[in-house]
Design a protein around this ligand. Sequence first.
Ligand code: GDP
Length: 591
Amino acid sequence: YFMSETVITTSSMITVGGLADIVHRPVSQLITELMKNGIMATVNEKIDIDTAQILINELGLDIKLNQKNNQTDDQSLINLKNNQINHQGIERPPIVAVMGHVDHGKTSLLDNIRATNVVKKEAGGITQHISAYQVKYKDKLITFLDTPGHEAFSAIRQHGARLTDIVVIVIAADDGIKPQTIEALKFAKQAQSKIIIAVNKIDKEGADVIKIKQQLADQDILIEEWGGETVLVEVSAKTGQGVDKLLDMILLVAELEELKADIKSPASGLIIEAHLEKGRGPVVYGLVYQGVLKINDFIIAGQSYGKIRNLESMEGQTVVEAYPATPVKIVGLKTLPDFGDEFKIIKNEKAAKKIISELTSEDIISQSINSTELIRRINQSNNLKKINILIKADVKGSLTSVIDSLKSLETDEVALSIVGSSVGSVNENDLYLAKTTNSIIYSFNTSLSGSILHQAQRDHIEIKNYKIIYELIDDVKNRLSDLLNPEIIEKFVGELQIKAIFSTTKNEIICGGLVLSGKINLNSLLRVKRGENLILESKLNNLKRGQVNVKEVLEGELCGLSIDISNNQKVEILIDDKIEFYDQEIVERSL
Ligand code: GDP
């Protein structure tokens, strides 16, 4: 019969805690269910609706989730953006990203703009790659953001709503819209940025602007000329044709947006580049988002913090402060933050350390959750035996090779669940994670502090520390081997032929026979066969030579047997049936 299913309407993303509320289950049960599948999630972690549905099914609940129409996440993006724009404050330069398909002339266009308009040229004219720079055009500043590699691109995407006001999409006139163009359009829309289309390479033969306008319309981008809102400028990065018009358009769009920034709030912004410089330590480029950043400010960025010793413009000139939408070189952070980390002013070192220690535990626990991964893990956990491990290593390189080597040990029967991996010595968060997930900690080439060892011992957490990678791998290999189901090997003991049947009761058949080969052992297992046919598999209750109970009877001897038929009471044994006796041996396997 059918049970009616409960339907609950929810937004596209929901926190684990929120889900627990709506399905009326303790949040610990949901976390445990996720954990069983190797996913470490906190109460506040968001999962998507598909994942939530799978989780519900795994819990055996008859609830169907239904997605709400207005997506709260998109809504919050819009709110964020509006907040930014509506802020009381001073006018600020627009932040512009240039994107497009490879080879469509993104770099050439930026170079052209930069060569003619950069505030101050670099010494010696050496062009080094910088991730952002400002140009002054008609007495107005424009901040260009160069979005480099793929990873960086997605990091920026996460901050897209707060980062780019205008996205210039470069499309080569002789090539048209390509996959990365569509990707860029998607990014710009998601980020609620204004889009300006720069049709590049119009100097080239084969340039077909009309085709591009058509292709844009197919992507729901309607240009002004065709009654839409999107500005399109024809340019040539090679000849410089149209570049001024593009800059004019950027300023115009920016003006309409009324870009303002709050300079009274404590300064905050985004890390747009970070690298180590010889003799200077970490050098970090940040883009101030609000407030005014000053020398001697104490800042925190991701897991890094420090007091600003020096601020420089992107052209290398010392500045005392940096206003919103200004890229600035920050010297003084103790370690390298990551690209895309947010930075903000903080009271002092103590406050910074506190925030970072909280961050780290969340960082380790958080892991992106999606439905395919969850299904994969559920399937895996149903058929597989596995060991949970947590890996620590001295440097990123060795961490990667340890993980790669360990992953290669997995088979269809045994698997490793790496609940966490990070660079550095084992710390308290690692212990916490290992404890909650019942994991073994493998540490490679790091030192272990006495207090950590002590705490691990107290909490019964196993930490294995290695200096040689092969030894580490071997240890894991041995443990995985232990999980393999042992192999059962059959050893032939002897064969007997039935010569007489004496009596048959409910539970036994008493008969006599001759040992044809090998010997007969009271404790061996037996198989009764008639020709090729298997009649019975069982064991002996008793074995007699003459009237005497014995443990074994040798080849050529006659004996009396009591065959156990308690599990197969209808079986019939006939004279001349043969009985095979065998022992089972359990053999441990290894990988
Ligand atoms: P990116 O991959 O988008 O950064 O593209 P590049 O700026 O590296 O340009 C790719 C190629 O197109 C280079 O060989 C450029 O010289 C050429 N190119 C870029 N812009 C123009 C242009 O306006 N006209 C012509 N004829 N060639 C261009």
